[in-house]
Ligand binder design. Structure first.
Ligand code: SAH
Ligand code: SF4
Ligand code: F3S
Length: 498
């Protein structure tokens, strides 16, 4: 991958621009010029987090989010390149947007169209060539420059910015207003690490997100503190390889994910911490011990193995064997026996034989997953897997996927049933579907529905699990703790939901 540095020449300053520390930023709009923003998010949780940060970056410039694409003045597609289908979806959406813009223009109005995320990073100019209606294309490292990019696009030029700039975008992305954070919910994503150096031979992420970087400890703590002050109770720390986190503290010491979780747990209001996605090779002793010692660290771990065959793992360049994965799981279970496990599996990687696939079925049967994501191998141009000879036929992939899914569905159902009769601490997150009901999550990330008052939103209450459905549990609140009036966090959270 070539990493290009900030290479564009800035246009003459338009009169509505101001010069910021790192370039030219349009001045925030006045209240006379509100603009409507619609961001459509594809792909992983990191894109969900990024979409919110883009909205936050544009809010001071007068952009208000709208729920319907047809109402927007600016539509941004925040894209995913991980599999062919994900990436092709973007181009069909761009076709729809082109038609929408034509309708607008016929009525004397306009629509600006932007493409962000991993397809933008991977395809750059090619997007504008294939879909000329697109005004701006920008990669994940440019989100702090979005106001400036929009200003340039307003001047009529097509803007393509897929550089990996030197400045730290997180230092320049504004925080959301408290009401906005709270409206997003009591659980929040927080990106702590980006990029990947592992180069699995099927995967585009090291090319689209660049090499592994970790945010400094204090910067993450500050963001978490702001989230907690707005009422957030649960954080999910994000990274393409989150357990490779190695941020620097104020003294220049390297801090691992375990210590980061501990420091976050000290922030008043933060009751639960999760993280995703992890690589088996980066499950350090420190992190595993934290699962034993830190109550706030939830007993749910997404730890993909991808295949149960050593031969295929080698071809995938996973750099670990099945035995090594098994031993990581044993260490985790020794520290936290009730750990619920989740994974990702790819079927039909080039060269995968029936015997290799049976080994995948075996490891799934042996580990027993609480949930898992399964995929048919998808050829990604530019990755080593794309050049491998022995590609597996589509019907074979489909059959293997169906068998694996059947096994995993059974395991997920069994896991749900295994908690029936137990009393679990449930974080009440929102009103339920029916009046008089509330919804929350168990420590194992299971959705739980139960009768209860909305004033409990934001609290963790003991709930007896009485039934397990396909995707959620039904529970009964055991004792209802009265909300503590001194707790600003809890009362704010409740007020927003009543
Ligand atoms: N960093 C994470 C996963 C990132 S991508 C990890 O290492 O586990 C999410 C998942 O998409 C991967 O775990 C993999 O199962 C799947 N995936 C990635 N590339 C793929 C491809 N070319 N075809 C099918 N599935 C793929
Ligand atoms: Fe992709 Fe492998 Fe990196 Fe995960 S570890 S993001 S699968 S290259
Ligand atoms: Fe997709 Fe990029 Fe995430 S390729 S899975 S959006 S890191």
């Amino acid at each position: 991958m070539t990493v290009r540095r900030l290479g564009f020449r800035l246009p003459p300053l338009p009169n509505f621009c101001t010069r910021g520390r790192f370039g030219v930023f349009p001045a925030p709009m006045t209240e006379h010029t509100p603009k409507k923003l619609f961001i459509k998010t594809y792909g992983c949780q990191m894109n969900v987090y990024d979409s919110d940060r883009m909205a936050d970056a544009l809010a001071p410039h007068g952009y208000e989010p709208v729920q319907v694409m047809e109402d927007a003045d600016l539509v941004v597609l925040n894209t995913c390149h991980i599999r062919e289908k994900a990436s092709e979806k973007v181009f069909s959406e761009l076709g729809r947007l082109r038609d929408l813009r034509e309708e607008r223009r016929a009525n004397g109005q306009d629509l600006m169209i932007g493409v962000a995320g991993c397809v933008a990073q991977a395809e750059g100019d090619e997007i504008v060539r294939r879909a000329p209606a697109v005004d701006l294309v920008f990669g994940p490292q440019s989100y702090h420059r979005l106001p400036e990019l929009i200003a340039r696009a307003h001047n009529g030029s097509k803007v393509v910015d897929t550089d990996f700039p030197e400045e730290d975008k997180f230092e320049h992305l504004p925080a959301a207003r408290k009401e906005v954070t709270l409206a997003r919910g009591l659980t929040a994503f927080l990106t702590v690490q980006e990029g990947c150096d592992k180069f699995c031979s099927f995967c585009v992420v090291p090319y689209t997100r660049g090499s592994e970087t970790s945010r400094p400890l204090e910067q993450v703590l500050r963001e978490a503190q702001t989230l907690a002050e707005a009422g957030v109770r649960e954080l999910t720390l994000l990274g393409q390889n989150v357990n490779a986190y190695h941020g620097l503290d104020a003294r220049g010491r390297t801090v691992g994910l375990g210590e980061l979780c501990y420091r976050l747990s000290l922030i008043p209001g933060i009751a639960r911490i999760r993280y995703t996605t992890s690589h088996p090779l980066d499950m350090t002793d420190e992190l595993i011990e934290m699962h034993r010692d830190l109550d706030a660290l939830m007993p749910y771990l997404h730890l993909p193995i991808q295949s149960g065959s050593d031969r295929i793992l080698k071809a995938m360049n996973r750099r670990h064997t099945v035995a090594e994965y098994r031993s990581v799981i044993e260490r985790i279970k020794a520290a936290r026996p009730d750990m619920a496990l989740s994974g990702d599996f790819i079927v039909g990687f080039p060269g995968e034989t029936d015997a290799d696939f049976e080994e995948t079925m075996q490891i799934v049967a042996e580990i027993g997953y609480a949930s898992a994501f399964t995929f048919k191998y998808s050829i990604r141009p530019g990755t080593p897997g794309a050049a491998m000879d022995d590609q597996v036929a589509e019907p074979v992939k489909a059959e293997r996927l169906a068998r694996l899914n059947a096994l995993i569905t059974t395991q997920m159902r069994d896991f749900g049933r295994s908690v029936v009769g137990r009393t679990l601490p449930v974080l009440i997150e929102k009103p339920g579907r029916q009046p008089g009901q509330v919804g929350g999550r168990s420590p194992y990330l299971q959705a739980v529905h139960m009768d209860g008052p909305t004033r409990l939103i934001g609290q963790i209450v003991p709930v007896e699990i009485v039934a397990a459905g396909n995707n959620s549990l039904t529970g009964k609140i055991v004792t209802v703790a009265e909300p503590n009036p001194a707790s600003v966090i809890e009362s704010r959270a409740s007020a927003a939901h009543i």
